[in-house]
Design a protein around this ligand. Structure first.
Ligand code: PLP
Ligand code: TYF
Length: 410
C-alpha cells in the first residue's frame, strides 16, 4: 500500500541538526537550530521556570485533566497582555481574541486555516505574502493551511545586510486589498534585521492604504533588545491603529519552553467592527472549530508555567532579568565574533554581525563556505549562512572565527 511513498526532503534547519548529531568528531560545533545555550554550551532551564514548576507540583489540586479547546484562560489573558501591553485599547475594547496554541508554529497554522475557511465562499482566497528571506516553515505552512503558494516581498537589502525598506514598500503597494502579510515582530529570522520604529510607521501606512491584513509572528519577544516592551513596539503600533490583524506568539525561546509547545494566536478586530462582543464570540467559536478536529486541546503544564511567571510580579521580574541575561550573552558573542574576525584578518566587513539582533546572524557566507565549514571544521549552520549566535561560547568563538577565515580564503 505504501510502496509509492517517496522520500520527503529534509527540513533545511532541523536537517542540519540531524547531520550534526550524526557527526562523531568530538569538537563539532552546532550553530544551526535557534535554541539558546549557556556559555558552557548547555541547554538552559530558566531558574524562574524551575521554581514555578515546583510550585505547580506543590499544589495538591494540580492534576492532568484536559484543558479547554482554546487553552488555559489565565494563560490567554496574560499572554495577550504581555504582547499588546497592559494599556492596550484593543484589549480593553474586547477586540482581542486569544487562544492557546501548539507554540508559534501551531498559532500560524490555526490562524491561516481560520483565514482560509473564513474566505471559503469568497470568489477567491486572499494571497499570503511572506518576507524574502524568511523562516522556512512560513513557506510550508501557508499551502498546508489551504491558502496556496505564498508570495514573497523584498525584505533583506543584499549589500547592507539591513532591511530593504524601499523594496518592501513597493512590493506591498502591489499586493491586492485583503492580502495577508506575515511580519516578524522583532528579531527577524534568519536575517536579524528589523525595521526601525519610523520604518514600521511607513509599513503601517502602506498596510492601511492597501487594506492589507498583517499577521505578526512574534517568536523572540525580549531577545532583540533584552526588553519585553521595546520588542513589542511594532505590534503595539499596529494594534493601536485599530485595524484587523492576527498575531502568533511563542514562549519557546523567551521562556526556554521549546518542547512544551506553548504559544498563542490572537485575532484583533478592527475599530470598525459593528458589534464587537458578537464578532469576538463568533471568532473564538470558529478558532475552536479549527482546533478541535486538528488536535482537540493544547498542553496544560507549560501553560501553567507561563501563567505562573507572568501572573506573579516577583516571578515576572526574575524572568525579565533572566531573559535580559540570555540576550546579553548573545550580544557578547556578537562582539566577540566580530572582534575575532577583525583580529585574524578575515577579508570582508563583519559589522553586520553586531548590527543584527536576536538569535541569529546572517553572515553572508555562501553555500560553498557553509559546506566547507561542515566537512573541514565540523561546524554546522544552515546553508543560507545563518549562524545561531547562541550556539557560540567564549571557548569556541576563536575556533569559529579561524574556521571562517579558512573558508573565506579557500
Ligand atoms: N516563527 C519564527 C520566525 C521562528 O523563528 C520560530 C521558531 O524558531 C517560530 C515561529 C515558532 O517556533 P515554535 O513553534 O517552536 O514556537
Ligand atoms: O532554528 C529555527 O529557525 C527553528 C527552530 O519545532 C525550531 O526552526 C525547531 C523546532 C521546532 C520549531 C522551531
Amino acid at each position: 500500500f505504501f510502496d509509492g511513498v517517496t522520500l520527503a526532503p529534509a527540513d533545511p534547519i532541523l536537517g542540519v541538526n540531524e547531520a550534526y548529531l550524526a557527526d562523531e568528531y568530538p569538537g563539532k560545533i552546532s550553530l544551526g537550530v535557534g535554541a539558546y545555550r549557556t556559555d558552557q554550551c548547555l541547554p538552559y532551564v530558566l531558574p524562574v521556570v524551575k521554581r514555578v514548576e515546583q510550585q505547580i507540583w506543590d499544589d495538591p489540586k494540580t492534576n492532568h485533566e484536559y484543558l479547554p479547546i482554546d487553552g488555559l484562560p489565565a494563560f490567554q489573558r496574560l499572554a495577550s497582555n504581555l504582547i499588546f501591553g497592559e494599556n492596550s485599547d484593543a484589549i480593553s475594547d474586547g477586540r482581542v481574541v486569544t487562544v492557546q496554541t501548539l507554540s508559534g508554529s501551531g498559532a500560524l497554522r490555526v490562524g491561516l486555516t481560520f483565514i482560509a475557511r473564513f474566505y471559503a465562499d469568497a470568489p477567491s482566497l486572499p494571497l499570503v505574502y511572506i518576507p524574502s528571506p524568511t523562516w522556512n516553515n512560513h513557506r510550508d505552512i501557508v499551502p498546508d493551511a489551504g491558502l496556496g503558494e505564498a508570495r514573497t516581498f523584498r525584505y533583506l537589502h543584499a549589500t547592507s545586510g539591513g532591511v530593504d525598506l524601499a523594496g518592501l514598500l513597493a512590493d506591498l503597494a502591489d499586493a491586492p486589498a485583503g492580502s495577508i502579510v506575515i511580519l516578524h515582530g522583532c528579531a527577524h529570522n534568519p536575517t536579524g534585521a528589523d525595521p526601525t520604529l519610523a520604518e514600521w510607521s511607513d509599513i503601517l501606512s502602506i498596510v492601511r492604504e492597501r487594506r492589507l491584513v498583517p499577521f505578526f509572528d512574534v517568536a523572540y519577544q525580549g531577545f532583540a533588545s533584552g526588553d519585553l516592551d521595546v520588542d513589542a513596539a511594532s505590534v503595539r503600533l499596529f494594534a493601536d491603529a485599530g485595524i484587523d490583524m492576527l498575531l502568533s506568539q511563542s514562549f519557546a525561546k523567551n521562556m526556554g519552553l521549546y518542547g512544551q509547545r506553548i504559544g498563542s494566536l490572537s485575532v484583533v478586530l478592527s475599530k470598525r467592527t459593528a458589534v464587537v462582543p458578537v464578532t469576538a464570540k463568533a471568532v473564538r467559536s470558529q478558532l475552536k472549530a479549527v482546533i478541535r478536529p486538528m488536535y482537540s486541546s493544547p498542553p496544560a503544564h507549560g501553560a501553567r508555567i507561563v501563567a505562573g511567571v507572568l501572573g506573579n510580579p516577583v516571578n515576572y521580574r526574575a524572568w525579565q532579568q533572566e531573559l535580559a541575561g540570555m540576550a546579553r550573552r548573545i550580544g557578547d558573542m556578537r562582539i566577540a565574533l566580530k572582534a575575532a574576525l577583525d583580529a585574524n584578518g578575515t577579508p570582508g566587513d563583519w559589522t553586520r554581525i553586531i548590527k543584527q539582533r536576536g538569535m541569529f546572524s546572517y553572515t553572508g557566507l555562501s553555500k560553498a563556505h557553509v559546506a566547507y565549514l561542515r566537512t573541514t571544521h565540523h561546524i554546522y549552520m544552515t546553508s543560507d549562512g545563518r549562524v545561531s549566535m547562541a550556539g557560540l561560547t567564549s571557548l569556541t568563538v576563536q575556533r569559529v572565527a579561524d574556521a571562517i577565515k579558512d573558508a573565506v580564503l579557500t
